[in-house]
Design a protein around this ligand. Structure first.
Ligand SMILES: Nc1nc2c(c(=O)[nH]1)N[C@H]1C(S)=C(S)[C@@H](COP(=O)(O)O)O[C@H]1N2
Ligand SMILES: [Mo]
Length: 265
């Protein structure tokens, strides 16, 4: 009888080989402590959330969150980024034939690819207009990689064009590429991105004019789009109109709407 009673009034905690016996009072105290901690935690979460929502916004994102994104960028762009870190590539057979079309900002204005030239602003007042035939004369590079969109989908796709670093070499843009950023815009300037030049000069970044071995379709950015495997899809601007260089962050469509500027992978 006594034994049963004992079982009712004590709790046995078994940890490894040791056994602890807790009295009812101890169990109650521990329960009170645990519930208090939980309530304090919820209260702290609530006030942090309230404080956060009262903070001003910077480029569409709450300032403290923007600071976190910028801190991540400084770690990823300095410590982890390297031109010899290549994005994984795949055999041609792995590439999908039906490539998803996503995002058509800057592709809705009237546009005749036959009249297109690339506007390359070397320096203010020093602008080149380059035809697609001239771009196709440069060494051709192919890449098959897993294209990733921040919306959560990805697909293995096959692209070809000229490495941006080869383009820079050919057009004598070393000084410009030594600045921190490149800006790209669609011809109507409805979509625009800014990209750090370390990523632009990465050996897998290409000015692309072919998909699956055929000329790029219009909704996929013909005659020329950016393919930059070290970045999320948002930065792979379709239908490039203008390229320019800058030592400050160029305007960026999704950055202005609260997204990360760097968008690295
Ligand atoms: N001009 C332009 N380029 C763009 C976009 C856009 O809306 N307009 N969307 C981007 C996004 S979010 C993605 S995921 C990719 C999609 O490329 P795809 O349509 O070739 O799959 O294009 C990027 N380039
Ligand atoms: Mo995307």
């Amino acid at each position: 009888m006594k034994q049963t009673n004992n079982r009712l009034t004590t709790t046995i905690i078994k940890m490894k080989t040791k056994e602890y016996f807790l009295s009812n009072a101890q169990v109650r105290n521990r329960t009170i402590l645990a519930v208090t901690c939980l309530l304090l935690f919820f209260t702290a979460c609530f006030f942090t959330w309230k404080w956060l929502n009262g903070q001003p916004k910077e480029q569409g994102a709450l300032k403290p969150l923007r600071k976190v994104l910028d801190a991540n960028e400084s770690i990823f762009s300095t410590v982890l980024f390297s031109n010899s870190n290549l994005v994984k590539t795949y055999p041609k057979e792995s590439a999908v034939q039906k490539v998803r079309v996503n995002g058509n900002y800057g592709l809705q204005s009237e546009f005749d690819p036959a009249n297109w030239t690339l506007t390359l602003i070397k320096n203010p007042g020093d602008t080149l207009h380059i035809s697609i035939d001239d771009i196709k004369k440069l060494p051709k590079t192919e890449i098959i990689f897993d294209f990733k969109c921040i919306e959560g989908w990805s697909q293995v796709t096959h692209w070809a064009g000229v490495r941006f670093s080869d383009f820079v070499k050919y057009y004598g843009l070393n000084e410009q590429a030594a600045l921190q950023f490149t800006g790209l815009q669609t011809p109507d300037n409805e979509y625009y991105v800014g990209i750090d030049n370390k990523s632009m000069m990465h050996p897998q970044t290409i000015l692309c004019y072919e998909m699956n071995g055929k000329p790029l379709p219009l909704n996929q950015g013909a005659p020329l789009r950016l393919i930059i495997p070290v970045k999320y899809g948002v930065k792979h601007l379709k239908r490039i109109g203008t390229i320019y260089f800058s030592s400050n962050r160029p305007p960026d469509y999704w950055y202005e709407r609260g997204y990360d500027y760097y968008c690295g992978l």
